[in-house]
Ligand binder design. Structure first.
Ligand code: ADP
Length: 378
């Protein structure tokens, strides 16, 4: 059977009425990011935030209408809520209004985005490109922060390739009370990932605005509180989607993961430039896959060279947060869904992550002290 065309899908969606404007949903501008691959269809139904969860029947109606078309194999309709409609492209972050601070903990966020109630600090783990171990560092850093006694959450914002379900071996779906989703708790962490919500065999073709809305939803519509720190595993790269994300998420700081190779470092520099542009403080650079320790003889080799990240950090005026060795056990424990800090917290690899967590925790508390409101007596 022939796959449906975009026009067929639009036509079927035009039969659905937007209850707010009274227009059909295509005319009302609610359909975003329509993507077709063979008979697999995905799109977002974009509504104003206040209509959020109440629009679920509308999303379902869209999905049903498209499913009925001949040749359609699967339909993924995602409900997204934009803070401001028509915010299609990255732009300078809007400063929050004074009353917005009622919801935020601590001082005004550097990115200009609103804080999340009950969540102390939100930090991003980013990389200039994929495959450098960003997710591995994010999950082990989060476990390290939890081991230090901090209430910690992990938000997998790597919507293009969510890895937290695999890294923490989570197969359950988060429960919803109709208003908020409960994060899934594992190894003392509260975790949320788009991968928990979408079937892996369904195509996920995301467009920039959909990515940002989904992340905004995963921040605001998830029962995170109370948390001391929320670690966000960012999508790799420094494109528009990442830039907008850095502006939208109320980040206290960012950590950039790089391998020692020059190429990765060039990308790390781009990552740094991106956060500087958005006024998000870079807490430092971590060098991953730094040193290879032979599992048989214990011999140490700097396969990819050494010290590149430390030098780059010094040259760029940011802190060097440490080195994580290239060790088979790190990959194997990740693949098995029990990351090294959970599996062998006293081993040398876990200690490297715990040292990183310690540095990050110190930096966050130093920042909090520096920016605490000062009482001036005149
Ligand atoms: P990214 O999030 O940057 O795409 P991942 O965290 O998914 O990267 O890591 C890519 C691959 O490298 C994974 O198979 C992971 O297990 C492995 N890996 C990451 N860091 C290390 C390390 N320090 N030692 C061994 N393998 C690692």
């Amino acid at each position: 059977m022939a796959a449906p065309t975009e026009a067929d899908i639009i036509k079927s969606l035009q039969t659905i009425r937007d209850p707010v404007s009274g227009k059909n949903i295509v005319e009302a501008g609610l359909i975003e990011g329509l993507a077709l691959r063979g008979g697999h269809v995905s799109f977002a139904v974009e509504v104003a935030p206040e209509r959020g969860p109440a629009s679920e029947p509308l999303r379902k109606a869209c999905e049903d209408a498209v499913s009925r078309l001949p040749g359609v194999l699967s339909v993924t309709a995602v409900l997204t809520a934009h803070r401001e409609r028509n915010a299609r492209s990255p732009r300078p972050a809007a400063r929050p209004h004074a009353h917005d601070h009622a919801h935020s903990h601590g001082p005004a966020e550097p990115s200009g985005a609103k804080g999340v109630a009950g969540v102390g600090s939100i930090i991003a783990v980013a990389s200039g490109k994929g495959g450098v171990g960003k997710s591995t560092v994010a999950v082990n850093l989060a476990l390290g922060l939890a081991a230090l006694g901090l209430k910690t959450g992990l938000l997998d914002a790597d919507i293009y390739g969510p890895s937290v379900p695999r890294l923490l071996d989570i197969k359950d779906k988060p429960r919803s009370d109709g208003k908020k989703l409960s994060p899934i708790e594992k190894f003392g962490l509260k975790a949320m990932s788009i991968g928990f919500l979408v079937d892996e065999d369904k195509p996920m073709i995301w467009r920039g605005p959909m990515v940002q809305s989904a992340i905004t939803q995963m921040l605001g519509d998830v029962e995170w509180a109370p948390l001391d720190v929320l670690v966000v595993d960012m999508p790799p790269g420094t494109g528009d989607a990442q830039l907008t994300l850095a502006q939208r998420v109320p980040l206290k700081g960012a950590i950039i993961v790089s391998t020692p190779q020059d190429l990765a470092l060039i990308d790390a520099r781009k990552g740094l430039a991106m956060f500087r542009k958005t006024e998000v403080p870079v807490l430092g650079i971590v060098e991953n896959m730094s040193l290879f320790i032979c599992p048989n003889c214990g011999h140490e080799t700097h396969i990819f060279g050494h010290g590149g990240a430390r030098e780059t950090a010094a040259r760029l005026g940011v802190d060097f947060l440490g080195e994580i060795p290239l060790v088979q056990a790190i990959r194997e424990t990740s693949d098995a869904g029990t990351p090294i800090v959970a599996q062998a917290p006293n081993g040398p690899e876990a200690r490297a992550f715990l040292a990183l967590a310690q540095k990050v925790a110190e930096k966050l508390s130093a920042r909090a002290e520096r920016s605490a409101p000062k009482i001036v007596i005149e």
